[in-house]
Design a protein. Structure first.
Lengths: 358, 282
């Protein structure tokens, strides 16, 4: 086990707490950078999806995991980002500008969707965001002059600063860059007053406001940031798929994003990334397994949703902290070996919260 | 000298229930002002009126001469009014340090875009915040729990962390809602020392709701007794304790007018008030 001897408050502000972390994250980054050379093209393509889903997942995590607000309409923010990007690109905007603007448009939409969050909570907020998801889905299908409607919209080839991004390898680096950027941004947020205010709102609104936190402002900020990050993911998704149609941004997509968080572990950035990776890998495994299974099972239409449903149920029952929680347990097991005991992560029963002020 | 806080003919009604009825008092700078009364007397309601969680149906509160009853809770907090809650309201899934740092929130002057980039200015304020918070940690002897998650802490420590979070705000006025409830004798004793130090060393005015008369008489300069939302008595702890109306509220009216018994046993313990004699009476 490692014991940190702290001698300076600045140590607690560091993103990497000790040399070991620098080493391992450096190694991880190297491995990710080397991946396109080591992996077959197909898996590089899947890795791109992992990155895109991870970005979208982190966006949703800011809202659900850190601020404690629900959103069942996050696919709509992806759609806003994706279609804005497609539209601007067809009008000749350079990538960097159009991506920033896509994030901006999605973020602005997030503010509008966040408005009901100032009044309603929990289930009612979920329904409000759900309704918003349907409105966007329907709006995209109807606004044919902008989005191509149900016939879909094609995207041209991508160029960044004059460099054509014509292969999955190059696009992978681009996506990886944005994933790292988003992770760093959210980590910064979490070690600063804004992130603490989010967490405060999640844990107790009543005392958050008594500490001087303007609930309306921070909830709106959380919605805007979350939507903007989802917008970036949407824009990248548009370039990966190169063809957009309204049925890519349905209610199911929003649910998938939430499932990614639950499977990965709500409340940490790791959770979103682990969840995204798990999601894509299992999807591929199901595709592979289809050939091996007897046709009566393998060719069933609802195979994939069923498997994911079962996985979700299993996680809720056996590992509510998600993959990240499992990872923590395994790591602690080895750190403390042989002193790890089973109840180490079990939370003691929480004390009563004020009922009067709810 | 001007009063720091005044309540002027404060009333609040929930449906047909008058929780607070025409209550007025003044709190002077650097005093410990206690609110006592049986359960349901309206003590916590007065706290919620001061900190803006409830709006008064009549009357108003002033702080440093300004009316504050129309302000939102976060605006009132920014004026320098901090509070704790009867049933601890900490941020459970955060460390003690993070909880205390939230207490510094009012004093931030960076926007979220600066936080996103963690600019040098954010770093600077974070370090300042940390120094202030460490002073509070030292004051309340919380060093041992600095990096523990609140969710895993015993009740007594949580109580202290909540006090610390309020102190981290460096408020002018501190509202303590039953600081000793759920604490054992020794912890109550410590709480008493801290409240005295908060008054003398930090120069913070304290309004306190408390049932433990031992603690109340030890630290309070003045005591305000309430029953059923109305004022019963105001004065020093011993004056209020021997006031006939207070005795009646706590013990119920006596047929024979014998010598009034002491209304509450002085001393520690975590006993609540006697079973709401007052509310059954009348």
């Amino acid at each position: 086990m490692r014991f940190l001897f702290k001698t300076d408050y600045r140590q607690d502000l560091r993103l990497f707490k000790h040399g070991g972390q620098v080493f391992w994250y450096g190694a991880l980054l190297l491995a990710l950078a080397a991946a396109p050379w080591l992996l077959p093209d197909y898996w590089v393509s899947q890795l791109i999806f992992v990155c895109i889903y991870a970005i979208a997942g982190i966006g949703l995590m800011v809202l659900v995991g850190f601020t404690g607000q629900v959103s069942l309409g996050h696919a709509a923010f992806l759609a806003m980002g994706a279609y804005t990007e497609a539209y601007l690109q067809s009008h000749g905007w350079p990538f960097v500008l159009s991506l920033a603007f896509s994030a901006l448009v999605a973020g602005a939409t997030g503010i509008i969707v966040g408005l009901p969050a100032l009044r309603v909570k929990g289930m009612y907020l979920a329904i409000a965001t759900l309704a918003f998801g349907f409105i966007v889905e329907e709006g995209v299908a109807r606004a044919e002059s902008l989005t191509g409607g149900n016939a879909g919209k094609m995207l041209g080839s991508l160029e960044v600063f004059g460099l054509p991004i014509d292969s999955d390898q190059r696009f992978y680096y681009l996506v990886l860059f944005f994933l790292v950027l988003v992770v760093l941004g959210v980590m910064n947020l979490l070690r600063s007053p804004t992130g603490r205010a989010f967490v405060a709102i999640r844990d107790s609104e009543i005392s958050a406001q008594s500490m001087g936190i303007n609930l309306a402002r921070y909830k709106t900020t959380a919605f805007a940031l979350s939507a903007a990050i989802a917008g970036i993911a949407g824009a990248l998704y548009a370039h990966k798929i190169r063809f957009l149609s309204p049925d890519q941004f349905t209610f199911l997509q929003s649910i998938e994003l939430l499932m990614i968080l639950v499977i990965g572990g709500v409340g940490s950035i790791y959770g979103a990334i682990f969840g995204a990776a798990f999601w894509i890998v299992v999807q591929q495994l199901i595709v592979l397994a289809k050939d091996w299974l007897p046709p009566a099972i393998g060719q069933q239409t609802g195979l994939q949703p069923t498997v994911f449903g079962l996985i979700l149920v299993a996680f809720v029952l056996f590992e509510p902290m998600g993959l990240y929680g499992r990872w923590l347990k395994i790591r602690t097991f080895f750190q403390l070996f042989p002193f790890y005991r089973k109840g180490l992560f079990r939370r003691q029963k929480s004390y009563m919260k004020s009922e009067r002020l709810k | 000298m001007k009063p720091l806080l005044t309540a002027n003919h404060l009333s609040v009604q929930f449906g047909g229930l008058k929780a607070v009825n025409n209550v007025s008092f003044e709190v002077w700078p650097n005093e410990v002002f206690s609110l006592i009364g049986p359960n349901g007397a309206g003590k916590t309601t007065i706290f919620n009126l001061i900190s803006g969680l409830y709006r008064p149906s009549a009357g108003f509160v002033t702080f440093e001469g300004e009316k504050i009853s129309h302000l939102a809770p976060y605006e009132i907090a920014r004026l320098g009014i901090a509070r704790t809650f009867q049933n601890i309201e900490l941020f459970e899934h955060a460390t003690v340090l993070q909880n205390l740092l939230v207490g510094r929130h009012c004093h931030r002057h960076t926007g979220w875009w600066q936080d996103l980039l963690f600019t040098p200015r954010v770093r600077q304020t974070e370090l300042q915040f940390r120094r202030t918070v460490e002073e509070v940690i030292e004051f309340l002897e919380l060093q041992h729990y600095r990096d523990s998650m609140v969710a895993g802490l015993p009740y007594g420590v949580r109580k202290v962390v909540e006090l610390g979070r309020a102190l981290a705000m460096r408020p002018k006025l501190l509202l303590l809602d039953e600081p000793s409830s759920g604490l054992n004798v020794e912890e109550t004793e410590d709480m008493g020392f801290w409240i005295e130090d908060i008054k003398h060393d930090l120069g913070i005015t304290v309004i306190m709701v408390e049932h433990d008369m031992g603690l109340v008489s030890r630290v309070s300069d003045r005591v305000f007794a309430l029953n059923q939302g109305e004022e019963l008595a105001l004065g020093t702890a011993s004056e209020v304790q021997s006031h006939p109306a207070v005795i009646e509220a706590y013990l119920g009216g006596t047929e024979d007018d014998g010598p009034p018994p002491s209304p509450r046993p002085a001393g520690g313990g975590d006993g609540g008030p006697p079973p709401g004699g007052g509310s059954e009476h009348v």
